[in-house]
Design a protein around this ligand. Structure first.
Ligand code: GAL
Length: 379
């Protein structure tokens, strides 16, 4: 009898420990670390319990490779606090199958809305059906999710990005030998940027003014690929290159490294996108012609406002802030998706202070770090 009683209390203690551990597990957001700053496979939230009826938004980032995505993860968290919602953020660290698993996990956790920055635009489509079955709307963020019944898309106009990049270069090198670096073919944006390049370049190619020495994709937007392709292009024509078309800042940076090795950096026009800090520094140093600034905070806010509207059963078409962007329809291979487009801005040496620094995107002392202080602009 005594023995039995003793057993019962031990059982009770064990049960208590299990309950407390389970509560701690839930309280810390399924045991994931709340750190997206180190490119980790991270889950973060506002630090609140999941047991209340707070709106929960699952955010799946395919990559954190470029500087912009790291900033955006922080923006999601900051704005979630303002809205009083909980965000769960995971990065698939450049592994497409991992992104699908993470999205499925969000669906089984019963998030209210799923925001997806697709690593592979085509592969990510499979997530739409299970989400639909579970009644969870899916918003594609910046990169299109193709081949699925996607609900919404919040993005920048990538064709315009490509046009700006090519325009920057063509104005400075209207004729001659070109190296053409395209982005990651798995990202649909890369194809849109390429379309933008073509809109500007093709008439000049047809006229015979521009000769494409080499045209290559950079898988995964990998700067190493850009470096290798640029070196190959330079070798093919014995450094007789008048321009390089790049698709983002990171690949432009690598191409500039290859140009620098031949003493051509600053002599050959080239532009990127994202206004990465390193690119802004190169612009003021005269090594990169320009970049395309994408107001990330606007994009981020638009995606969160849209998610909030959906989670609270409001009509997004009526509640979205029109100062952030405009509604359009874009076809993802399955349907015309209601898409919200945020405008982009061409940036070069002349307007970098007004657009990038005054907007608080980068600090003057960071952008001009490599320039003697007496040459810094007065602001
Ligand atoms: C694109 C995005 C660009 C750039 C690129 C590299 O999808 O639109 O802004 O960051 O990815 O990751």
């Amino acid at each position: 009898m005594y023995k039995d009683k003793n057993h019962t209390s031990i059982n009770k203690i064990i049960t208590m420990i299990l309950i407390v551990s389970l509560m701690m597990f839930l309280f810390t957001g399924c045991g994931g670390s709340a750190d997206t700053d180190h490119n980790s496979d991270a889950t973060s939230d506002t630090g609140s319990s999941q047991s209340d009826d707070k709106i929960r938004i699952g955010i799946s980032l395919g990559t954190m490779r470029e500087e912009r995505w790291q900033r955006e993860a922080d923006m999601f968290k900051e704005y979630a606090k303002e809205l009083g919602v909980e965000v769960l953020i995971q990065s698939a660290e450049d592994v497409p199958s991992k992104q699908i698993d993470q999205c499925e996990n969000f669906i089984s956790q019963g998030v209210d809305v799923l925001i997806v920055q697709a690593l592979d635009s085509e592969a990510a489509g499979v997530i739409c059906d299970p989400a639909k079955d579970a009644g969870i709307p899916v918003i594609a963020y910046d990169r299109f999710v193709r081949n699925g019944e996607l609900d919404y898309y919040v993005t920048f106009d990538s064709v315009k990005v490509g046009e700006i990049q090519a325009q920057f270069v063509v104005e400075r090198a209207p004729r001659g030998n070109y190296i053409w670096l395209k982005g990651g073919p798995e990202d649909f944006n890369a194809h849109l940027v390429y379309q933008g390049h073509k809109n500007i370049l093709q008439p000049l190619i047809d006229k015979g003014d521009i000769n494409i020495v080499l045209e290559q994709w950079c898988n995964g937007w990998d700067p190493n690929e850009a470096l290798k392709h640029t070196e190959n292009g330079l070798t093919l024509v014995d450094n007789n290159i008048q321009a390089v078309i790049a698709s983002n800042d990171a690949t432009a940076g690598a191409a500039i490294q290859a140009l620098a090795a031949q003493g051509l950096a600053g002599k050959v026009p080239i532009a990127g996108q994202d206004a990465d800090l390193a690119a802004c520094q190169r612009i003021v140093e005269g090594l990169q012609t320009g970049t395309v600034y994408k107001p990330l905070r606007k994009l981020n806010k638009a995606a969160m406002d849209l998610a909030y509207a959906l989670a609270t059963n409001q009509d997004p078409m009526k509640v979205m802030d029109s100062s952030l962007g405009t509604w359009t329809k874009l076809n993802n291979g399955v349907k015309d998706v209601d898409s919200f487009s945020v405008d982009v801005i061409a940036v070069d040496k002349d307007n970098i202070v007004d657009v990038i620094i005054k907007d608080g995107f980068h600090k003057l002392e960071d952008v001009y770090k490599n320039i003697p202080k007496d040459q810094w602009p007065q602001i």
